[in-house]
Design a protein around this ligand. Structure first.
Ligand code: NDP
Length: 330
């Protein structure tokens, strides 16, 4: 059976005005693929990087890397999903801003019955990111309950999940965020301290909070604006996890700086390395489903937009006007 779908695509990189709703043909899934009909779609900052061209892709490009819905057809060799299953995913290639799509099954997981579609669509990419950041990126001296960590943009989609998960792990999370209201939100979700990095010197505050010691890990998705001061927040042998560029990419730097800051470590991570096989994807998703089912991590959906209002959704995200997760509804 062949069908058609709306798909939000870009034919040229640029601002939100480049987002257009096209009608595309959707065919049968090939080997290792499924066809999924979306009930909800997750909005992520990576969609902005793809739209602007910071992360280049061939054009035209269907956007969206996160969604939830019902499996409509299953290709040869797919054994973990069947027609009619509720499912959710964070996956490459993009294309979730659509009614229905064919995609590789590898990163698609069965969605537990207790988790609504909107929650599933909001939490996969952001929650699996929080999982690998907190559970798989370890500083050489280990990370244990009671250790201080610094998490930037903590009132955002990934941020509020990380605040709650860190608290569940016993970590003492210092949050940064761009307003007093956002700082309060981070505190309400498990951060021990919150710093408004638009008005305060966050490195000085981190030093004061940690008695001059610094934190074991900095999780930095802001990039250009926070890079230098983030390095000053680390204790010796600490780990700088760079995982985004909301303010722009980090400029090149000389490795000698890492010695001067206390033999610190720097890594630049992407979720897509962590979920590059089915087994690990499922293990990470199971951990995520478990912390959500236990109530330790609540998925906040603070913005909902119709798929046809996708431009407004991108504008809000880039204007720092959102908190928690945002979903698009087909
Ligand atoms: P968020 O909901 O966190 O939105 C981004 C936030 O970044 C804003 O709300 C804002 O919070 C902050 N920010 C700081 N400076 C700027 C700026 N100049 N322009 C816009 N926003 C700014 O988005 P997501 O939860 O989708 O993603 C969080 C970050 O994590 C993103 O940078 C994303 O790319 C990255 N990411 C990386 C992954 C990876 O594996 N590498 C996977 C998933 C996400 P405030 O106002 O509080 O400063």
């Amino acid at each position: 059976m062949s069908t058609s779908s709306r798909a939000v695509r870009i034919h040229a990189t640029g601002g939100p005005e480049q987002l257009v709703i096209d009608t595309v043909a959707v065919g049968e899934p090939g080997p290792g693929e499924i066809r999924i009909r979306h009930h909800a779609i997750g909005l992520n900052f990576i969609d902005v990087y793809q739209r602007t061209g910071l992360y280049p892709f061939p054009l035209p490009l269907s956007l969206g890397m996160e969604g939830a819905g019902v499996v409509e057809a299953v290709g040869e060799g797919v054994t973990h999903l069947k027609v009619g299953d509720r499912a959710a995913y964070a996956a490459n290639p993009p294309g979730s801003y659509s009614d229905v799509r064919v995609m590789p099954a590898m990163n698609v997981c069965k969605l537990p019955d207790a988790i609504p579609f909107e929650t599933g669509a909001a939490m996969m990419l952001k929650g699996l990111t929080a999982q690998y950041l907190l559970r798989r990126c370890k500083p050489v001296e280990g990370l244990e309950a009671g250790d201080f960590v610094l998490f930037h943009a903590a009132a955002g989609g990934v941020g509020l999940i990380a605040c709650q998960w860190a608290k569940a792990l016993g970590l003492r999370l210092i949050a940064t965020a761009g307003s007093a209201e956002k700082c309060q939100l981070a505190l309400d979700h498990g951060a021990e301290h919150a710093i408004n990095y638009r008005t305060e010197d966050f490195a000085a505050r981190v030093k004061a909070i940690t008695g001059g010691q610094g934190v074991k890990v900095v999780y930095d998705s802001v990039g250009k604006d926070t890079w230098d001061k983030s390095l000053d927040c680390l204790r010796p042998f600490g780990l700088m996890v760079s995982f985004g560029n909301a303010s722009g990419p980090v400029p090149p730097f000389a490795p000698g700086i890492l010695a001067a800051k206390g033999s610190i470590y720097v890594t630049r991570q992407t979720l897509f390395t962590h979920i590059n096989n089915r087994e690990r994807t499922q293990q990470m998703a199971d951990e995520l489903f478990q912390v959500v089912a236990s109530g330790q991590v609540k998925i906040r959906i603070d913005q909902r937009f119709a798929l046809t209002d996708v431009k407004k959704a991108h504008e809000s995200l880039e204007a720092r006007a959102t908190t928690g997760c945002t979903v698009l509804l087909p």
